[in-house]
Design a protein around this ligand. Structure first.
Ligand SMILES: C[S@@+](CC[C@H](N)C(=O)[O-])C[C@H]1O[C@@H](n2cnc3c(N)ncnc32)[C@H](O)[C@@H]1O
Ligand code: SF4
Length: 356
């Protein structure tokens, strides 16, 4: 066990598209919450962590000393990857320096778009200029491993807007990029606006053209397309997230956090009080868990996402399936491994389903 995820469930304001487990206006709770994260952590055996990931919500809303307080409890070494997700509306140069001083050595900045009109539609609290300044401040603060999150196929975005986003990426030269197409999540304001016809879904052909443009342009800029939605400069892959795709186990702290430990996959309780109560009673704060009997199923489904590694099938049934998918053009064979083709990449989910 060498990976740990820590969920920070606070946001300044919920974005209109997002259904991640987080609350606005509850930052007063943060000191007590950190106390309980530490108590939860102390109930686990001692491991040395190769990757530590603060995700959210908005971890950058926390006081950097609070992040330091958590990290002080953990064993890690100078090569460990310690990531913090950061919203550009929440951190100036001094705060970025303080995160660095407290042990963070990788940032994942939620930029989403470099177009101010689109940022307004998404309900973001920052402009494109603020996002660019935050990125430059992060470099000035000494961060040499920065990822940015962008979204595509969002309302108001056409090929021209996407081209401008890609030009800005070229100027900033981040080490890593995660770029997901918008998922319309039930229960969000975006979902309601879709039902009422105020917003429209992106046309499938346009979405495919956008994805193609992203893949080709980022490749020309020297990025390796190593996971369906993730691109990195050589050797700058997200080590923590790669463990998820490699089906490795990890501990999770905090409300609503997903874990995979001791053969169980599951999720922590969602409310602060239930979390505190479980920890006060020295119980695991688990909401639901499932024992994994067939590890291979996950290994194949997740492994296919890794575009340089793919999967190494061992059972005849799966070898036959891979051969059929190869004949149909969805997979290609490299030595004994099978990797998604460009055609398979665009139809990812329908390929993955076949391994269930
Ligand atoms: C926890 S947030 C990142 C940190 C910070 N909260 C922020 O938004 O700046 C994780 C990322 O998930 C992506 N995301 C959230 N909701 C999404 C949705 N409905 N569709 C696609 N991507 C989404 C966004 O790119 C976002 O940056
Ligand atoms: S995208 Fe980030 S800032 Fe926006 S609501 Fe989701 S977690 Fe919070």
């Amino acid at each position: 066990m060498d990976a740990i995820y820590i969920h920070i469930p606070f946001c300044m304001k919920k974005c209109a598209y997002c259904d991640f487990h987080s609350f606005e206006g509850k930052l007063d709770e943060s000191k007590r919450y950190v106390d309980y994260l530490i108590k939860d952590f102390k109930n686990w055996p001692t491991y040395e962590y190769d990757t530590i990931y603060f995700g959210g919500g908005t971890p950058s809303l926390l006081d950097p000393d609070e992040i330091g307080r958590i990290l002080k409890e953990m064993n890690y070494n100078k090569n460990s990857e310690i990531t913090l997700e950061l919203n550009p509306a929440t951190a100036n140069l001094n705060k970025l320096k303080a995160f660095k001083k407290n042990g963070i050595n990788r940032l994942s900045i939620g930029i989403q778009s470099f177009n101010d009109d689109i940022l307004t539609t998404l309900g973001r609290l920052h402009s494109s200029e603020k996002a660019i300044n935050t990125f430059n401040n992060a470099r000035d603060a000494g961060f040499d491993n920065i990822s940015i999150d962008l979204m595509f196929a969002v309302p108001g975005q056409g090929i021209d807007e996407l081209k401008k986003d890609l030009e800005t990426i070229k100027l900033l030269n981040p080490d890593h990029i995660s770029i997901y197409s918008l998922i319309w999540e039930e229960g969000t304001p975006f979902w309601d606006m879709l039902q009422k016809g105020i917003l429209k879904e992106c046309d499938n052909d346009l979405e495919a053209d956008m994805f193609e443009l992203i893949i080709d342009t980022l490749k020309d800029m020297g990025y390796v397309h190593y996971e369906i939605s993730n691109f990195s400069k050589p050797n700058m892959e997200a080590r923590h997230n790669s463990k998820y795709w490699e089906n490795k186990e990890y501990i999770a702290l905090g409300i609503g956090a997903s874990f995979y430990t001791n053969n169980f996959r599951g999720k922590n309780v969602l409310s602060f009080n239930k979390y505190y109560e479980a920890i006060d009673n020295s119980e695991k704060p688990w909401l639901e868990k499932e024992e994994i009997f067939d590890k291979k199923e996950y290994e194949y489904m997740l492994g296919l996402r890794l575009l340089n590694k793919g999967i190494l099938p061992t059972e005849n049934k799966i070898i036959d399936l891979c051969q059929k998918l190869e004949n149909d053009g969805f997979l290609k064979k490299y030595e004994n491994r099978y990797i998604l083709t460009r055609k398979g990449l665009f139809l990812g989910n329908s390929v993955f389903e076949k391994f269930l």
